[in-house]
Ligand binder design. Structure first.
Ligand code: EPU
Length: 418
């Protein structure tokens, strides 16, 4: 397993490009199984989660060809099994997105029991209820969930909470289910809007996307098509937090600032100076950062995936900040690592951290717990004086492409070991 070795405490400068969105690309790849022709996807990030999904697709008979880096052509004509591979499928949450296409295409889907996860329990009850409402039979075995359907039929499904993959799974499946499906209390993330636009280009009839009520008229077939992934707003927001925490002058290029309204507002409140122009955000060196409170919320609120990078930033701000994580119950444990680095953080409960700053961070040997907290530790290590080693770089590679090479272009002292 590889680690990152980082010597921090330096100002960084320059430009950094943003990759295509992981949480869009994974869904587009799954949706390609619903099409009757090849789907060409561009600007797909070359990250571990995408590579795991490609392995899963190939194991079930889907052709996945790569002509160039970031460009994949997916053709599900030879799909041959409804059983998702038990060694691979539990590794990525996006496996859940394959249930619907398998049900539509083969009338059955076997999903190996999803494991726990560093950020919380990650239940799948919305998927079970949603697919039951569409007419599937769902049974829970010891090792797997089995979804079966002779015939699916449009329905109304009310999500207990706005779920990102839940909304995407139901929306994409309903495109090929006879009748009208209405999703209420649906999630509104930009990746969901992009997915619906792509499906509509392939012949789907989805309306209301980007609001909390989505309506889908089922169609008999979807054609193949092509799409370019939208920029990764979480990567862009993380680079902004990195620039602000290290007092650097960094221009983030190729992003969509409109997807980052609340994080940018938060930076403004912290006192970070920045300019937005077109698809660029330039973060300027800022002094006298101020504490703020953050509450994570579904889009368009403050994204849970930016909670950890912004908490690192708040260790450098004057005063007391409260971070309230509302989406996942296990997403603040990385603050223990920040504490070891010298941050003044107290975990008031599973959902609330209190940070008092500014703190002088020191390099440490740490381990990356998950994708986003992993990158937050990289940001902390670049902010800290001295050397840090961050083990389990795989977790970071799951979501960020060649991060060490890209950060080195900004002058960061970061190397991969092993
Ligand atoms: N939930 C349930 N039952 C379900 C599904 C969700 O109770 O069947 C709950 C969750 O426990 C959570 C809430 O609903 O409390 C919302 O979770 P959601 O379903 O929206 O999360 P997700 O779809 O599993 C996606 C992203 C996450 C991101 C969250 C929130 C993908 C593959 N994953 O997860 O991304 O944090 O939405 O925005 O799209 C990451 O990229 O590092 C990551 C974890």
């Amino acid at each position: 397993m590889s680690s990152f070795v980082i010597t921090g405490g330096k100002r960084l400068s320059g430009e950094i490009g943003v990759s295509g969105a992981k949480n869009a690309a994974l869904k587009f790849m799954a949706a390609a199984l619903l099409a009757d022709g090849p789907v060409e996807l561009r600007n797909v990030p070359e990250i571990e989660d995408i590579h795991r999904l490609v392995e899963i697709l190939r194991e079930i008979g889907v052709s996945v060809k790569q002509s160039l880096p970031h460009q994949y052509t997916i053709d599900a004509a030879a799909l041959r099994t409804s059983e998702l591979p038990s060694a691979l499928a539990p590794k990525i949450r996006a496996s859940l997105l394959l249930i619907g296409p398998l049900l539509v295409r083969l009338g059955r889907a076997t999903l190996p029991r999803p494991g726990g996860c560093a950020i919380g329990k990650r239940p799948i009850d919305f998927f079970e209820h949603g697919f039951r409402k569409l007419g599937a039979l769902v049974s829970e075995g010891e090792d797997a969930h089995v979804f079966k359907a002779k015939k699916l039929k449009g329905t109304t499904f009310v999500f207990p909470l706005p779920s990102v993959t839940g909304t995407e799974a139901m929306m994409m499946t309903a495109t090929r289910v006879p009748g009208t499906t209405t999703l209420v209390n649906a999630a509104m993330e930009p990746e969901i809007v992009a997915l619906a636009e792509f499906l509509n280009q392939c012949g789907a009839r989805i309306s209301g996307v980007g609001t909390s009520v989505i309506s889908i008229e089922g169609v008999a077939r979807l054609s193949g098509g092509e799409a370019t992934m939208i920029p990764d707003r979480i990567e862009a927001g993380s680079f902004a937090a990195l620039a602000a925490a290290t007092g650097s002058d960094i221009t983030i290029i190729g992003c969509n600032p409109a997807h980052l309204d609340v994080p940018l507002l938060t930076l403004e409140k912290v006192g970070v100076r920045f300019d937005v122009a077109g698809d660029h955000i330039r973060i300027k060196p800022s002094r006298n950062l101020q504490a703020v409170n953050i509450t994570t919320h579904e889009y368009p609120g403050f994204p849970t995936d930016l909670q950890a990078p912004f908490t690192v930033l708040l260790t450098q701000a004057h005063g007391v900040s409260r971070i309230h994580e509302t989406i996942f119950e296990g997403r603040l444990y990385y603050t223990e690592s920040l504490k070891q680095m010298g941050a003044n953080v107290v975990l008031a409960n599973q959902h609330t951290a209190v940070v008092e700053g500014p703190a002088k961070l020191r390099g440490k040997t740490l381990e990356s717990p998950d994708i986003r907290a992993g990158l937050a530790l990289v940001i902390a290590a670049l902010t800290a004086k001295g050397k840090s080693t961050i083990a389990n770089a795989y977790q970071i590679d799951r979501g960020y492409e060649r991060i060490e090479e890209r950060l080195r272009t900004l002058g960061a002292d970061i190397a991969r070991l092993g």
